[in-house]
Structure formats: structure tokens, C-alpha cells
Design a protein around this ligand. Structure first.
Ligand code: C2E
Ligand code: MG
Ligand code: MG
Ligand code: MG
Length: 283
């Protein structure tokens, strides 16, 4: 009897795995089509506020995917798949063009868009022609130096450190700001930071959200912000959701605030309406 149940359970498990595989395959096929055509791809922009002046001093570009039958698919589901399958390369290239074209539109409309940061995954960062692609993007859309910057996670920078430094420096030479995303969750040695040509640390939201509740998180925020100050790096607190968290951050060296409290990611039209100004006056 027990044996029987065990076997049924195993069979159910197999059927379930099969379904999951099929689901994943369907998703990958759909994503491949989208990468080819660009249909259903969009960008949301989330504002970064200067903590002291309250002004918008940047935005993060976040990829959005809407599929006709699957509906809205979350980046948490399709980005890992895109990375595994290599589709992140064509998708990432599309995103960069969408962002650059949007910046150009805003500039042409007489608006003053803030610098926008684009997320790069490992495969994107390690493309041999990344710097050339970025240089061509700036030229094709005639964008001011530094108008588009990048966010990378620590783990990307652990490999091939000299090559990473070389690529980062080339991007810095184009005026790009470079942020280390989700900082504190990776394994980079702190001493390595001083050799990296980066401008910004984004403290991972897991630490922000436990601020005040867990002593460990407060200690990490204190250490990271103290180090950043010494190294002359800008600090972004990401994932700020409550007034209490904002308040708790006030005693640390934090330059920029990003989170649902101050502004959720929004489509370009909504972002422009809320945050962009014309010639220094509200649009
Ligand atoms: P990330 O780069 O750390 O982006 C921040 C994520 O946190 C976004 O989720 C954003 O909506 C969310 N967020 C912002 N403020 C808050 C908050 O106060 N509370 C909470 N709970 N969440 C907040 P999203 O858009 O779902 O993106 C998830 C991840 O997908 C990103 O994490 C990034 O790693 C990846 N991703 C998104 N777009 C791209 C892209 O164009 N290229 C690559 N390579 N990765 C991307
Ligand atoms: Mg990011
Ligand atoms: Mg992040
Ligand atoms: Mg994050």
C-alpha cells in the first residue's frame, strides 16, 4: 500500500515536472518571438530622488513584457530565463534603443530628462563589443554624455577583475555612471571596491526593509554607507516603502532614495507628466 502510494506520488511528481518543463518551453518560445519582433516589450521608469533637495536626480529603466495570451509576465520570471537562454542579448539591445529613443523624444520636446540607468546582466556586460554598442547608441540618438548609465550586480565583477575594470573605465570615459546593484547580497571583498571605477552603490532592499527591525541590517547599512562616504561613492537606498524606513535612513550617508514610497515604476508618459520639467519650470 505504502509502496503503491509512493509510486503514485512519484508519477504525479513526474507529470508535474513535465508540465513545468512544457510551461518553461512555451515561455521561452514566446520570449524568443518577442526578442525577434519587439512586440509587447516596454519600459517603465522609476524615479530616484535626491534625499536632501527632494528633486528627481535619476531614473531606473525596467523592462516590461506583455504577451497576448500569457498576459503580463514579471521580470522576476522572464529575466532569469532570458539570461539562461541568451535571449537577454537581443532583449537588452532592444531595451537600450527604447530608452535612448525615449530620451531623445524628451529632449526634443524641451523637457529635461534625468540620467537613466539600465540594468546589465553578466552576458551583456561581457559582450566584447559592449563599449562600442554604447558609443554607437549615444551617437545614433545624439545624447549628451552620461545620459544613459548602467547597473550591475557584484557577482558580475568578481570574475576577470582586470578586464572588468577595463570595461568599466571605458564606460566611465563615455560619461556613464555605474552603480553596483543589490549591494550587500554578493560576495565582493570590500577592498576590491576601491579598484573599481564605479560611481554608485545601491544598497539592496532587503537591508532597507529590515532597518530598525534587525540589528544586523542596521549594522550593514551603517558599514556600507560609511565605506561609500570614505570612497567618495554615491549611495542609493532602494526599496524604500515606509516613512519609518526613510526616517531610519536619515542618520546615514545616503544620497538618493528609490522605492514605492517616493515613486513606483511608471510608463514613460506617466513618468514625464509626474516628474519632468520644461526649461526649469513644471511641464
Ligand atoms: P533591480 O534592478 O534590483 O530593480 C529594482 C526592482 O525592485 C524592480 O522590480 C522594482 O520595481 C522593484 N522595486 C522598486 N522599489 C521597490 C519597493 O519599494 N518595494 C519593492 N518590493 N520593490 C521595489 P522589477 O521591475 O520587477 O525588476 C526586477 C529585476 O529584474 C530587477 O531588479 C533587475 O534585476 C531585473 N531587470 C529588470 N529590467 C531589466 C533589464 O532591462 N535588463 C536586465 N538585465 N535585468 C532587468
Ligand atoms: Mg537595478
Ligand atoms: Mg536593485
Ligand atoms: Mg534588487
Amino acid at each position: 500500500r505504502a509502496k503503491q502510494e509512493g509510486r503514485n506520488t512519484y508519477r504525479l511528481f513526474r507529470a508535474d515536472m513535465h508540465r513545468q518543463d512544457r510551461g518553461r518551453l512555451e515561455l521561452e518560445t514566446a520570449l524568443r518571438n518577442t526578442a525577434e519582433t519587439g512586440e509587447g516589450l516596454g519600459v517603465h521608469y522609476q524615479p530616484l530622488f535626491d534625499r536632501d533637495s527632494g528633486e528627481v536626480h535619476g531614473a531606473e529603466a525596467l523592462l516590461r513584457w506583455h504577451h497576448p495570451t500569457l498576459g503580463h509576465v514579471s521580470p522576476g520570471d522572464f529575466i532569469p530565463l532570458a539570461e539562461r537562454s541568451g535571449l537577454i542579448l537581443p532583449l537588452g539591445e532592444r531595451l537600450m534603443h527604447l530608452v535612448a529613443a525615449q530620451q531623445r523624444d524628451w529632449l526634443d520636446a524641451g523637457l529635461a530628462p534625468p540620467r537613466v540607468a539600465v540594468n546589465l546582466s553578466a552576458r551583456q556586460f561581457w559582450q566584447s563589443d559592449l563599449v562600442a554598442q554604447v558609443r554607437e547608441l549615444y551617437a545614433a540618438y545624439d545624447l549628451p554624455a552620461g545620459q544613459i548609465g548602467f547597473e550591475l550586480t557584484e557577482s558580475i565583477l568578481l570574475d576577470k577583475q582586470q578586464e572588468a575594470i577595463h570595461t568599466l573605465q571605458a564606460l566611465r570615459d563615455l560619461g556613464c555612471r555605474i552603480a553596483i546593484d543589490d549591494f550587500g547580497t554578493g560576495y565582493s571583498s570590500l577592498s576590491y571596491l576601491q579598484d573599481l571605477p564605479v560611481t554608485t552603490l545601491k544598497i539592496d532592499r532587503s537591508f532597507i526593509q529590515k532597518l530598525g527591525e534587525s540589528r544586523g541590517s542596521s549594522a550593514i547599512v551603517a558599514a556600507v554607507t560609511g565605506l561609500a562616504k570614505e570612497l567618495g561613492l554615491r549611495v542609493v537606498a532602494e526599496g524604500v516603502e515606509t516613512d519609518e524606513q526613510l526616517q531610519a535612513l536619515s542618520r546615514y550617508h545616503v544620497n538618493l532614495i528609490q522605492g514605492f514610497l517616493t515613486g513606483r515604476p511608471a510608463d514613460a508618459a506617466t513618468f514625464a507628466e509626474r516628474y519632468l520639467v520644461r526649461d526649469g519650470a513644471p511641464a
